[in-house]
Ligand binder design. Structure first.
Ligand SMILES: [Zn+2]
Length: 376
């Protein structure tokens, strides 16, 4: 192929990608708007729309309100054209989610299955994933299966290098992927959660993520990237020491933030499940619970204040406990963070995640969505 021919093909691909990605970002647009905003000729845009429609990537569906002339046809991407499966592995259960090209959850489920580092476990997880895919008729649309696990992974995401909670150090991506006929990916669940929060707050440059799950997690977003670090443990705020004489942490040290602010810590302190704890706390009928909650928030505020000196950026409360936070709780945190700091934090700098326990699974699934959108 001569140079000119190659250039023409490249240009065609670039235009196709530009048109698709424009529609993707706009969610609903018209042909004329694409012509104007991309400064492309009408015939080029028409050609690309025809190609994308034939490929099944976009649809013309409905009309915009007329502003005088002919009503403009609304153009959208087909958000269910491809689907990514996200899995969140925990000690006694795993979450499974299917998300579309906008990262919206189409389906989410929880499967009870205690973790064990045995082939039978991985085979069972894979069987459940397959069942889920078949039941929802997703077979032909799967981009991949992305697995979020507790534990730090190797930089190439093929093996867990630190997994003291689930005792899954040495767990390999291959343990899952050999039973699944799809591309598979493995990542640390705190990083998955950060992916989802970044996805939901696309204007954020930087942030500190507090993943308030049964076990605490954390992540740092800086310059729109999730920091990994030299040995993949950037943002592991759960092992920040609050009190060297404090309770024993699973990492072997004492007084880590994990021992004060994980959902496990709250459940141990109250003797209640998180759900029951918040129901009874909010009813106001058990005064001791208010004290337990204040202690929890005090420790959280202390950690937030310290981390804000490291990263001058918003804080995102994410994960299982996030949906239980009220406006008053945020006010309380802000008041305590700001009671003794040279750099007060504005009220709008604490954000709350909305996906609760499914946060890591949904966040993991975005790996394939992002890859697909960039590959168009
Ligand atoms: Zn620890």
């Amino acid at each position: 192929m001569n140079e000119k021919g190659l250039t023409t093909i490249n240009l065609k691909q670039i235009n196709r990608a530009k048109v698709y990605q424009y529609i993707y970002k706009k969610e609903a647009t018209s042909k004329l708007q694409i012509v104007q905003d991309l400064q492309m000729g009408l015939s080029t845009v028409s050609q690309n729309l025809t190609i994308l429609e034939k490929e099944g990537l976009i649809e013309r569906n409905g009309y915009f309100e007329s502003t005088g002339g002919r009503k403009a046809q609304a153009i959208r991407i087909v958000s269910s054209f491809k689907i990514s499966i996200g899995v969140g592995i925990l000690k006694n259960l795993f979450h499974i989610t299917a998300v579309d090209l906008y990262g919206d959850t189409l389906f989410a489920d929880t499967v009870s299955l205690p973790y064990s580092n045995e082939p039978s476990y991985y085979e069972q997880v894979a069987q459940e994933i397959q069942k889920f895919i078949t039941a929802n008729h997703y077979e032909d649309r799967i981009l991949g299966v992305s697995i979020a696990t507790q534990g730090i992974t190797s930089p190439d995401n093929t093996i867990v290098t630190y997994g003291n909670i689930m005792n899954n150090t040495g767990m390999r991506l291959e343990d899952f992927s050999k039973y699944l006929p799809y591309p598979c990916h493995l990542e640390h669940d705190s990083k998955s959660a950060a992916c989802l929060e970044l996805w939901n707050h696309q204007d954020l440059d930087s942030a500190v993520i507090f993943l308030l799950n049964q076990n605490l997690g954390g992540a740092i977003i800086a310059n729109h990237n999730i920091l990994q670090g030299n040995s993949m443990h950037s943002g592991t705020i759960e092992h920040m020491c609050l009190n060297p004489e404090g309770p024993l942490c699973y990492c072997g040290n004492r007084g880590c933030l994990e021992t004060y602010c994980s959902a496990n810590a709250l459940e141990n302190a109250s003797g209640l499940s998180a759900k029951d704890f918040f129901t009874q706390l909010r009813s106001g009928e058990v005064p001791q619970l208010l004290q337990i909650w204040k202690d929890y928030l005090n420790h959280l505020a202390f950690a937030m204040k310290n981390l804000n000196t490291v990263l001058d950026a918003p804080i995102i409360i994410s994960g299982y406990l996030a949906p239980y936070f009220t406006e008053e709780d945020i006010d309380y945190l802000i008041e305590h963070i700001n009671s003794a700091t040279p750099f007060p934090l504005g009220r709008g700098n604490i954000l709350i995640g909305v996906h609760g326990q499914y946060t890591p699974a949904i966040g993991a699934s975005l790996f394939y969505i992002q890859q697909f959108i960039n590959s168009i």
